[in-house]
Write a protein that binds this ligand. Structure first.
Ligand SMILES: [Zn+2]
Length: 386
């Protein structure tokens, strides 16, 4: 097994600078020692590599759709419902292109420095391709079904292989019964939640953009029942303490802060996707202050402004500049909070002894703040062992 001694100007993780200058002794995929060059020493069997700049752990992207990477970024449409039907649906119907789109997504995720990923797979095939890649994924196979479609959706929940987890798509496409089947499946659950006002209107009153669009295209199923309550209230009640991961939460009420903090729900904030759809004033900092586990996600490449990568580093940079949040907290959201949300061992993305998800090198960077102020892109310090 190969042994490397990495020397760099700075070694950092969510706690900030761990050592400067720093050294890491790596054997296979395990950190054997980390600290100052004096502390770590120089075992004769290790190949020494000097990297100027900063070394950090891999990032964790807690919400992505790698199978929507084929088109690259696309312009926003007039309404959210139209976007789903006009942009996403044709991609889903083009099943022959799934492998190519997923492989592109995997490549862009690695280019962005995120080896650990919570990926929503539109098909089991997409989940299988991600599982066989160099990523360390939690693959949530997507389920959609309400009204007349809910029976088939519940059957699908039961048929998903053990290695994969499950994503009931959203409160406006899944019935309570389908959500219940997902929570009872014993699998990890990830869902979209409280993403748009159109969702809230649809779920509570069967009105608004989504309802109007479904009616217009003659796709409305009159057997679907409205929930009549805010979808966050409904899902927290239905989950009944089950851990799950909810993406977006662009619209929350004051009472939800404590309710979520007292639940086992993790929130994934996708800042660029929120901005793309015109949502403003996300309450992520209040959620963090209330004690909620808030992670970062990118959502799909369709919403991003970076055709050459899919990276939560770009989300961190947006929040650092726009909201003036502390760099270490953003790093925490982009690493250990994401791992906790996905049910993965957080030490894989810290600078501590034991297995690592991979080490990133940022050329010429000397602090976490400088990293977020810059546009320097990550490089993998050492290839991960197969
Ligand atoms: Zn999504």
């Amino acid at each position: 097994m190969s042994r490397f001694l990495l020397h760099s100007d700075v070694i950092a993780d969510y706690r900030g600078t761990i050592a400067s200058p720093g050294a890491i002794l790596l054997e296979g995929n395990a950190i054997q020692a980390v600290g100052s060059p004096q502390d770590v020493g120089h075992p004769e069997s290790a190949k020494c590599i000097q990297l100027d700049g900063m070394i950090t752990p891999s990032f964790v992207n807690a919400h992505s759709h790698l199978d929507l990477s084929g088109l690259g970024p696309v312009p926003q449409t007039e309404s959210f419902a139209e976007w789903l039907v006009e942009i996403v649906r044709p991609i889903r119907l083009d099943s022959a292109s799934i492998p190519e789109h997923v492989r592109k997504g995997i490549e862009l995720s690695m280019a962005g420095g995120s080896r650990i990923i919570g990926d929503i797979a539109g098909t089991q095939l997409a989940a299988e391709i991600v599982a066989s890649s160099e990523l360390l994924p939690v693959s949530y196979v997507e389920v959609i079904g309400f009204g007349r479609g809910q029976h088939a959706a519940k059957e699908k929940v039961l048929g998903i292989p053990d290695q994969f987890d499950i994503s009931p798509h959203a409160p406006y496409t899944c019935s309570l019964e389908v959500y219940k089947a997902c929570f009872e499946s014993g699998k990890k659950v990830s869902t979209h939640l409280s993403e748009s006002t159109a969702e809230l209107e649809f779920v509570q009153h069967h009105s608004g953009d989504i309802f109007e669009y479904l009616t217009k295209v003659d796709a409305w199923d009159e057997t679907v029942q409205p929930w009549r309550e805010h979808p966050i209230d409904v899902l927290l009640h239905l989950a009944d303490g089950c851990p799950f991961l909810a993406a977006h939460l662009n619209y929350i009420e004051d009472r939800h802060l404590a309710m979520i903090a007292n639940s086992n729900m993790s929130v994934v904030y996708c800042p660029r996707a929120s901005a793309y759809f015109g949502h403003v004033d996300h309450r992520w900092m209040e959620l963090v202050a209330a004690g909620v586990n808030v992670a970062l996600g990118t959502d799909s490449l369709l919403c991003l402004d970076t055709p050459d990568r899919i990276s939560v580093l770009d989300e961190m940079r947006l929040l650092y500049k726009r909201d003036g949040e502390e760099a270490n907290l953003l790093m925490q959201m982009a690493t250990i909070n994401g791992a906790c949300a996905l049910g993965i061992e957080p030490s894989l993305v810290t600078m501590s002894e034991g297995e690592t998800a991979g080490l990133l090198w940022f050329d010429g960077i000397e602090s976490m703040g400088a990293l977020l102020d810059s546009s320097v892109q990550p490089q993998w310090a050492i290839p991960r062992q197969a």
